[in-house]
Design a protein around this ligand. Structure first.
Ligand code: NAI
Length: 341
């Protein structure tokens, strides 16, 4: 089935790892190394089948190539998945076995934490290989993801609303987690009004208290009379069901894979909604992790993250000029960088 998988043929290398002693079953996908070693996190998930794990890792690794290229980083794209339950199946030996597998790849792929894995797990990987990033040496990358979202939202406001200020704009923000809360704080400081939804009551209370946010039920976030919709929780929230409900003229949020299907990009364009492509606006975290891994000066990270605003301004302008969805233009910008001439 792998050879029929639509994302498969674009990959440089896909490695299936099986290590009976630790019980490790993993797949490492190296999508593209034209710009440098493939970098992307290691997801641990209780996949229903191996086929599902293959589909996931191929899709995610391809996405990392695009994200890293658009962010102007000297790295390629890859991803790995461990098939197992992150709540019950984790052992140091499991992650050490992954480290050994990475070592055998000789640095073509560098891993980091992702959904289901933590800096502590990566410390076990690091026992066996140096091809691991995001050990948490200088903390959580989420504030940099939030900064990227904020400068991205500023670029969107300038393009779409012809305004330099966020003052008085209404932002419907979904998900007050590591990224969402920090993003909300920046929006609030810039004078925006927040309408928020989350399943975590404590986060909502805090946003109400500290940021004067108005709270709405989880499913009502799509109906808010807002200027900006900021998805910072789940993927695929831009779908046929929500499209007709959104009032915002801008979508600018951190969530991965916001478009349920690729054609939603064109649907947004036709509705006059400016979409900041997820993999462009949410690259702040990987920029931070990459700087740390390559021992580049920490003091330069913020300036690099702020370039997300300039990149988005170019994507918006080109999309308008060429009559294309911003998602398509962002893909083309990435491809121009990672595909050899
Ligand atoms: P997180 O797990 O800290 O926060 C997610 C928040 O969404 C939580 O507060 C959770 O209660 C809330 N939530 C869950 N279901 C919800 C629902 N149905 N409606 C409203 N809220 C709901 O995750 P984090 O790190 O803040 O990431 C947020 C999104 O950004 C994810 O999609 C993640 O993949 C993406 N992302 C995160 C990066 C980072 O640096 N942390 C980097 C790039 C992307």
């Amino acid at each position: 089935f792998v050879f029929n998988e639509p994302n498969f043929d674009a990959h440089e290398q896909v490695v299936f790892v099986s290590e009976p002693k630790s019980g490790l079953k993993a797949i490492i996908a190296v999508h593209n190394t034209h710009l440098g070693p493939a970098m992307g996190g290691c997801r641990m998930w209780n996949y229903a089948s191996e086929a599902e794990a293959v589909t996931d890792v191929l899709r995610l690794s391809r996405g990392m190539t695009y994200k890293n290229a658009v962010a102007g980083l000297p790295i390629g794209g890859g991803k790995s998945v461990i098939i197992g339950n992150p709540k019950t199946d984790k052992t140091p030996a499991l992650f050490e076995a992954l480290g050994e597998a990475l070592e055998r790849l000789g640095g073509r792929y560098v891993t980091a934490e992702d959904v289901g894995t933590s800096p502590a797990d990566m410390a076990h990987v690091a026992q066996k290989t140096s091809f691991v990033a995001g050990l948490g040496a200088s903390g959580d990358p989420s504030p940099f993801t939030a900064l990227g979202c904020f400068v991205g939202a500023q670029a969107a406001v300038k393009h779409q609303l012809k305004r330099d200020s966020m003052e008085g704009l209404i932002v419907a923000l979904q998900g007050l987690g590591h990224v969402g809360y920090d993003y909300a704080r920046r929006l609030h400081a810039a004078g925006a009004k927040l309408v928020v939804a989350d399943i975590d009551q404590a986060a909502l209370e805090r946003a109400r208290r500290e940021l004067g946010a108005e709270v709405v039920p989880v499913d009502s976030i799509y109906d808010v009379q807002a200027d900006i919709y900021a998805p910072c929780a789940l993927g695929a929230t831009l779908n046929p069901n929500t499209l007709g409900r959104l009032k915002a003229k801008i979508v600018a949020g951190a969530a991965n894979n916001q478009l349920a299907t690729a054609d939603i990009g064109e649907a947004l364009r036709q509705k006059g909604i400016l979409y900041a492509p997820d993999f462009v606006i949410n690259a702040g975290g990987i920029i931070k992790v990459c700087y740390e891994y390559l021992s580049k000066p920490e003091a330069d990270v913020e300036a690099h993250v702020r370039q997300i605003g300039d990149t988005l301004a170019e994507v918006f302008a080109r999309a308008e000029r060429e009559g294309l969805p911003t998602s398509v233009v962002a893909d083309r910008v990435a491809e121009q960088r990672f595909k050899p001439a």
